[in-house]
Design a protein around this ligand. Sequence first.
Ligand code: MN
Length: 435
Amino acid sequence: MLTDATHDPVLRSWVESANAPGCLTPIQNLPYARFRTAHSDEPWRIGVAIGDQILDLAAAAHHAPWGEGLDELLEPLAQGDLAAFMALGRPVWRTVRAALSAALAEGSVQGPFLELCLVPLAQAEFTLPCPIGDYTDFYVGIHHARSVGSLLRPDNPLLPNYKWVPIGYHGRASSVIVEGDGIRRPMGQIKSELEVPLFGPTRRLDHELELGLWIGAANALGHPVGIEAAEDVLFGITPLNDWSARDIQTWEYQPLGPFLAKSFATSVSPWIVTFEALAPFRRPLLRPAGDPAPLPYLDCAFNREHGALDIELEVWLQTARMREAGTAPVRLSHSSALDAYWTPAQLVAHHTSNGCNLRIGDLLGTGTISGPGPDQGGSLFELTRGGRDPITLPGGERRSFLEDGDSVVLQAWCDAPGAVRIGLGAVSGTVLAAA
Ligand code: MN
């Protein structure tokens, strides 16, 4: 049994908006973010989303009675230091989740005190939830790998290593940003018809629909995290947009892989949904018949039975012209994290299998998660078949790749019978003209 009292679907909060049908931040979710009142010079602090409010943990830790031992556990959160809270480990993450759930539940002792510690979501601005030491991006979307491969290598779409080794590359942590920030169209070197490549703004700017995994525990250099222990390293999850410049990418990526085509920006939602909150949405890892079993270091009973995540994902687009005309964003694609070929635990076990040390606050991107259908591509590269088949938008505009003024929003949520739907937040970005 992975679930506990905090997942009980009948649980309701004294924050009335959290009980509204379809609310993505019900009391069963309790995601963390680092926030302050917008346009203020207040200190950043950690909050928990509940309905249309944020419980300010700096205020809440000191203004409500928490009971034996909890004050100490809440202190890193009160200090605005999510990484220090992560360092306390999974048993504490669980204890604090249970305490927050009880405090936010209808009729709680803390309710009257905590009412004074709420900040409306709509009045907040956000920053990264914690410093990111390293960022690694994987390639778990087998439909993405196959369809990109078929555009680049029609006779050999899926490379022979794919079903054996979780493919990844080391990305750039310094350019990971939260939603709302503008995405400056990058300059770069692009192959041209001439003998000399040109240097200029990318003409093939793309999004990638991914999930980001926040690492909440460190392993020492030289000490791999076994697959059985890998779950204890996983703190939370967020939607992630791995912005990509396809023309720069195709020219630079051989033989060492992605570089400047990816490192100009990676966006994440400011909200971290914890792995505790995901408990009702864990699923068996299913592989097509005939596929090889994972090597033993990537395989254990828990991962086979619960390793996969039932998360729905969507990409929405609104162009500048649509915005001006009052036209709503259009859904470009949808997919499911159940289509991921490798689980988060397998990514951790593989990443550390050579002795590489992960640190608290490291971020792992899953890679683009696409479904098998034509409207399930997690990038424009797939949806437009490498730019050959542009998409027609409401109002008649066409897109092969992103243009200046385009806004992309990635959304993710979990829904399952017997559980309350929870949101994983949204990550948005608007393309700015090259400088
Ligand atoms: Mn990617």
